[in-house]
Write a protein that binds this ligand. Sequence first.
Ligand SMILES: Nc1ncnc2c1ncn2[C@@H]1O[C@H](COP(=O)(O)OP(=O)(O)OP(=O)(O)O)[C@@H](O)[C@H]1O
Length: 246
Amino acid sequence: MNSSIALSVEDLSFSYGDKKALSQVNFKIQPGECTVLLGPNGAGKSTLFSLITRLYDTRDGRIELCGFDIKRQTLPALAKLGVVFQQTTLDMDLSVMQNLRYHTSLHGMGRKQAEQRIQQELERLNMYDRRFERARQLNGGHRRRVEIARALLHKPSVLLLDEPTVGLDVPSRLAIVEYVHQLAAEENLAVLWASHLIDEIYPDDHLIVLHKGQVKANGTVDDVLKITNTLTIKDAFYSLTQGEQV
Ligand SMILES: Nc1ncnc2c1ncn2[C@@H]1O[C@H](COP(=O)(O)OP(=O)(O)OP(=O)(O)O)[C@@H](O)[C@H]1O
């Protein structure tokens, strides 16, 4: 077990019947690092997230969260994980506070600790004043902020975000991208961010290019530009995928 590795994926493969969705996927992510999983529709990003979150069972390969095998040590492993899914999972009829309390209860937090954590996370996102509003009253960007706050309440070490900015306007999108990068640096959080949007990648990010279920590149943005002998991520992606556009 290597405690400096927040998430380790080893030789992971997955098929839906005859359809191969992931093939021999290997990568590791570190605390304090923002890793962008870049791939077009159908690359296998959601399948990978479903395996990491245990929605699907891992049959081929191995996944560890902070050294805990998600198959054999599921509870301690999942306690290290915060997730923001692609589709919103807030209950629209409940208030922000009620949505968050539900999550703290699931994690077995006492009332006092729960209230403190909710306040801390909502304040950081400038959402504490809106805690009694129903989720339905919030715009898409503010709902996403609540979902990010919720994913962090139990202080996970790894945060997974599955295309969290889809459908948001540009200012909301940029604010969320900035906030998550800041979180990784300030909280020493390991972030895995699935995206097909190149402008969400920062120069210091770690980049994993996933295409048709295979990892085509894995390294810093500079590494990926060097191995493809290109100047932009768009061109690097084009070269790694034999002509596909991201
Ligand atoms: N339930 C399923 N049954 C059969 N094939 C599936 C199923 N879910 C996904 N696939 C296929 O597996 C491959 C990977 O899909 P996946 O949804 O993981 O990709 P993705 O990168 O997340 O794409 P998107 O951004 O569109 O969600 C695709 O070819 C897809 O058609």
